[in-house]
Design a protein around this ligand. Structure first.
Ligand code: DHB
Ligand code: FE
Length: 279
């Protein structure tokens, strides 16, 4: 049986990619942010999972407003970066995983989730920045990635409770897979932020800390918020919390928090990081 060994919630701000490209990790602005990734990378290095399921949102590069799937899942052998990335240099493609991907797709449809299935898909910073953070030097090609894309850009968006339930369904699908692979799950984006409009720059770190606590002890409490609540409390892009909820939903065992950090602001965002181990 394939096993989900843990989950990681992480920011996906494009400026992180530029900071890594320019070697700015140790500068006063960035050092607290990047120091959080040291223990997370160490855990990944020692556990060495073969597969990563990555919950992210497409910011309009592959899935624009005219065709917007609520949920999409990749079943491609490779994914190319299509992000504008604020001037990031070209980066290597992401390695896909097709066998477990198709198993998850079949199980999701069987259990009344009906995602868009993508045998070709470009990915953006929501997926690539976290991978580059986990595997410095864009050295992520050894891990096989299953991208799961959640609409957080245009209404109607899937509810937090639905995103959590999607994660639970994927967690059960992985547990029913015949392989013996180690799988890590990532939820990218968040935490509180608003990029435009009258409240551009809005953050709510008090709520972010509450989210970090509740993700460990009582994720279902967070699923009782509506997306409208999240926009109000955490900013228009604060709904990216839904990716963290999907990640948490996959962890069906007893969950232990091994690390957290919150650095705010990084760019326009309260940058959260959390490592959860699934016992
Ligand atoms: C920023 C944050 C995001 O989540 C994003 O998708 C793009 C930019 C930012 O804070 O700069
Ligand atoms: Fe984003």
């Amino acid at each position: 049986m394939a096993k989900i060994i843990g989950g990681i919630g992480t920011s996906h701000i494009p400026a992180i990619g530029i900071a890594m490209d320019k070697g700015l990790e140790g500068t006063p602005y960035w050092k607290d942010f990047f120091s959080g990734y040291v223990p997370v990378r160490k855990w990944l290095h020692s556990e060495n999972p073969e597969i990563a399921i990555v919950f992210y949102n497409d910011h309009g590069l592959e899935m624009f407003l005219d065709k917007k799937p609520t949920f999409a899942i990749g079943a491609a052998p490779q994914y190319h970066n299509a992000d504008e990335g604020w001037g990031i240099k070209p980066i290597p493609p992401v390695t896909g995983e097709t066998e477990l991907s198709w198993h998850i797709i079949n199980e999701l449809v069987e259990h009344d989730f009906d995602p868009l299935v993508c045998q070709e898909m470009n990915v953006d910073h929501g997926l690539t920045v976290p991978l580059s953070l986990m595997y410095p030097g864009h050295n992520y090609q050894q891990i096989k990635v299953i991208p799961v894309c959640i609409n957080c850009e245009r209404h109607p968006m899937p509810k937090p409770s639905r995103c959590y339930a999607l994660g639970q369904a994927i967690g059960r699908a992985v547990a029913s897979f015949g392989g013996d692979q180690k799988v890590v799950v990532l939820g990218t984006g968040g935490l509180s932020h608003q990029l435009d409009g009258e409240r551009a720059g809005f953050l709510n770190t008090e709520f972010d800390y509450e989210c970090l606590d509740k993700i460990v002890t009582d994720p279902e409490a967070l699923t009782r918020y509506s997306n409208e609540d999240l926009v109000e409390i955490a900013g228009a892009q604060g709904v990216e919390l839904n990716m963290w909820l999907a990640m948490r939903g996959c962890l069906l065992g007893e969950v232990c928090e091994q690390f957290r950090s919150l650095v705010a602001p990084i760019s326009n965002t309260a940058a959260g990081l959390q490592l959860l181990v699934n016992r």
